[in-house]
Each structure stands twice: as C-alpha cells, then as structure tokens.
Design a protein around this ligand. Structure first.
Ligand code: OAD
Length: 254
C-alpha cells in the first residue's frame, strides 16, 4: 500500500466511526470551481493589497473603489462557479451520517449548491447585500449596478454581507462553531491555509478535545504535523473522492 493509500485508509476508518463529524473549509476547496484563493500563487492578495481594499476602513473611506477593485471581481467569479468533487464529497459524507456541519470561510455558497444542509458561513455570504446605514438586506438581482456603489432604498450604500478585515465574526456563529469544534469526533480541514483567526483556532480546539483531524491540502500548513493526525497532500476534489469511496466501502463491509 502506498503512503497516500494508507493515509486515506486511516482517514476513512476515522470517518466510518464518526458520529459528530465537522468540516472546516477554505478557499482551496473552491479553486477547482474556478474561484481563485487569497494567498499563494494566483491568489487575490498577490494582485491587491487586502489592507487597502478588504479592510472595513477602506470600504468606509472609499466604497466605490472597494466595489470596483474587490466586490465586482469576486461577484464575477461566483456567478460562473458550480460545486466540484470536493463540495460534492462533503455532501456525500453528510448523507452517510459522517458529517454533521460544515463551517466554511468561503462566501461563495457552493456547499449549499452541492446539497449540504447545515453550513455555517463563518465569513458571511457574497450572495446577499446589506445596507451600511440601515442594515436592511437585499439580493443582487433586485439592485441596480448602474451606479457603483449601489444604494439601498434609504439612500445608504449597499455592500456584500461578508466579514471584512477589522470586523468581528457574528457572535452566535462563532459560539456555535466553537461548540461544534469542541464536541466533534472528526474534523476535516479542507483547503484552508489555516492562518486567519478565529477560524484557524477551530482545529486546535477540536484536537484538544480529542477529535481526529484530517487535513486535505496540496501544501503543508501550520496545522500539518502539529494538529492534523493525517494530512492528505493533494487537491480537494481527488482526495475527497478517494476518501469518500473508501468510507463507503468500509460502511458496506468490503
Ligand atoms: P487561502 O487563500 O489563505 O488558502 C488557500 C489554501 O488552499 C492554501 O493552503 C492552498 O495550499 C490550498 N489549496 C490550493 N489548491 C487547492 C486544491 N486544489 N484543493 C485544496 N486546497 C488547495 O484561503 P483561506 O484559508 O480560506 O477572509 O483564507 C482564509 C481567509 O483569508 C478567507 O476567508 C478570507 C481571507 O482573507 C476574509 O476575507 C475575512
């Protein structure tokens, strides 16, 4: 058995035993859907300075510029994207009763599009807009983009309902995520550089509470060899396919 096959076997055995599995996902799981990540080669932060365009103070100072440079570009990628084998694999694990909840740092809605039922959008969602003055929500198709930034009926500027640098994670979502991390038996950490807090702490919390941590990423991260019990070094689509097929075999007693 190759090293990778044996790591997939170990991961599948942990999944097959799991009753309270949780996944933490990041931008890497959506790369195969054509959405660029933030860090690394081809990443968004290679092209634009996040402190200049992805910080709440930048949005408050110059909403038109942040819309032009950041939000419209992301929206363009998201409208063309569909779930890939990574998202579909996590949905299959939910159907098998292995996974309870997905905590995603992504704002692209692709886990829900793949069919996953319980998805915590830790960094919000790009699918919804929110008024910066009256906080009323709006959907993109109801809003005119002829003038950027688009405006709410109250006259305030609209923005995507995402968490920007300098903003806090919604308290209820943070507390639920921490509880799930502290009580899960397996955590799958897929496609995240695990460098942005407080999301990056969730696998640490899970590990300290005896969960088995399976990481899927083509590159090592700060979790690899420290927090992760197994790291499947490879792209999310292929690794998820292999893992899920193996879990299905174990469940059927092969
Ligand atoms: P990053 O862009 O930091 O990391 C993407 C990860 O995906 C890296 O570790 C890559 O090695 C990995 N990767 C690359 N190709 C992959 C593939 N085919 N399959 C699986 N993994 C692959 O993205 P995040 O960790 O999600 O926050 O970033 C966290 C947060 O930083 C984002 O939510 C965003 C950003 O600033 C906010 O905007 C608040």
């Amino acid at each position: 058995m190759t090293d990778l096959s044996s790591l997939i076997e170990q991961s599948a055995q942990a999944c097959a035993r799991a009753r309270r599995g949780v996944a933490l996902t990041g931008a890497g799981i959506s790369i195969e859907s054509g959405i660029p990540p933030f860090r690394g080669k081809g990443g968004l932060w290679e092209k634009i300075d996040p402190m200049k365009y992805a910080h709440i103070e930048a949005l408050e100072r110059n909403p038109a510029e942040v819309w032009q440079v950041l939000f419209l570009g992301i929206a363009d990628h998201l409208t063309k994207a569909a779930p890939n084998a990574g998202h579909k694999g996590l949905h299959r694990l939910e159907q098998m009763g292995v996974l309870q909840t997905i905590i995603t740092q992504n704002v692209d809605g692709l886990h829900q599009a793949a069919g996953s039922g319980d998805v915590i959008e830790f960094h919000g969602t790009h699918a919804r807009l929110r008024c910066m003055s009256c906080h009323q929500s709006a959907l993109w198709h109801t809003v005119s983009l002829e003038v950027i930034p688009p405006r709410c009926g109250c006259g305030g500027f609209l923005r995507p309902d995402v968490v920007m640098f300098g903003e806090l994670i919604d308290t209820a979502l943070l507390q639920r995520s921490q509880t799930l991390a502290a009580t899960c038996d397996v955590m799958l950490v897929v496609g995240t550089s695990a460098t942005v807090e407080p999301a990056a702490y969730l696998p640490v919390l899970a590990k300290h509470n005896s969960a088995f941590i399976i990481e899927i990423n083509p590159e090592p991260t700060p979790l690899t060899h420290r927090i992760s019990d197994v790291t499947l070094l490879g792209p999310a689509g292929e690794m998820m396919d292999r893992l899920v097929n193996k879990v299905a075999d174990l469940r059927h007693g092969d």
